[in-house]
Design a binder for this molecule. Structure first.
Ligand SMILES: CC(C)(COP(=O)(O)OP(=O)(O)OC[C@H]1O[C@@H](n2cnc3c(N)ncnc32)[C@H](O)[C@@H]1OP(=O)(O)O)[C@@H](O)C(=O)NCCC(=O)NCCS
Length: 149
């Protein structure tokens, strides 16, 4: 939770957030998709993945991802990002997908680099996280880069 503006959430906050996300599924002009990350073998929910359409005209979306700490460093984060990218380019026909992450979030930086994202920006003290100004990277991937491989 160190690099996230929110959390940890208690049961009440989680329920409220889940209700909001379920209600969003009914929105015909849906821009935000909060997907559950489920472990295939056990069907246990181990995290979530976010796909947020930023601008219809520019066909751009931001992604986010979060896994329970018991499942870190097993390659699952990369699998989630690859899934979001596939969804964005192959299913939704996006032009550009980007992600913003704390410069010290080594796991997230590694995943984005390994999934083909390019470093586009380095923001200094742009986000206040739990009372502290943090530095962030902006990573992006274009559909032409994705399909070129
Ligand atoms: C960031 C996060 C999704 C990484 O997930 P993960 O499943 O551990 O990532 P992977 O196992 O796919 O790891 C990808 C690479 O990063 C490395 N890595 C992962 N966490 C790391 C850490 N804390 N420190 C150093 N390296 C790390 C892995 O070893 C792997 O490297 P390798 O391919 O060279 O072996 C997970 O730590 C998380 O949910 N954190 C909290 C939420 C968060 O920060 N989300 C991202 C917001 S931008």
């Amino acid at each position: 939770m160190k690099y996230l503006t929110w959390g940890p959430s208690d049961k009440k906050q989680t329920e409220k957030s889940l209700k909001k996300q379920i209600a969003m599924q009914q929105d015909g002009d849906r821009k935000i998709f909060v997907l559950a990350v489920v472990l295939k073998e056990t069907s246990v929910v181990i995290g979530n993945a976010l796909f947020m359409v930023q601008d219809d005209d520019f066909e751009t979306a931001e992604i986010g991802y979060f896994l329970h700490s018991s499942y870190w460093k097993m390659g699952l984060g990369k699998e989630v990002v690859d899934g979001l990218v596939e969804l964005g380019f192959r299913r939704f026909g996006m032009h550009r997908i980007f992600a913003i992450c704390d410069t010290e979030n080594t796991g997230s930086v590694k995943i984005l680099q390994k999934s083909g994202f390019r470093l586009e920006g380095h923001f200094l003290k742009n986000l206040k996280v739990k009372g502290e100004w943090r530095n962030n990277y902006l990573f992006a991937l274009l559909s032409e880069e994705y399909f070129r491989g």
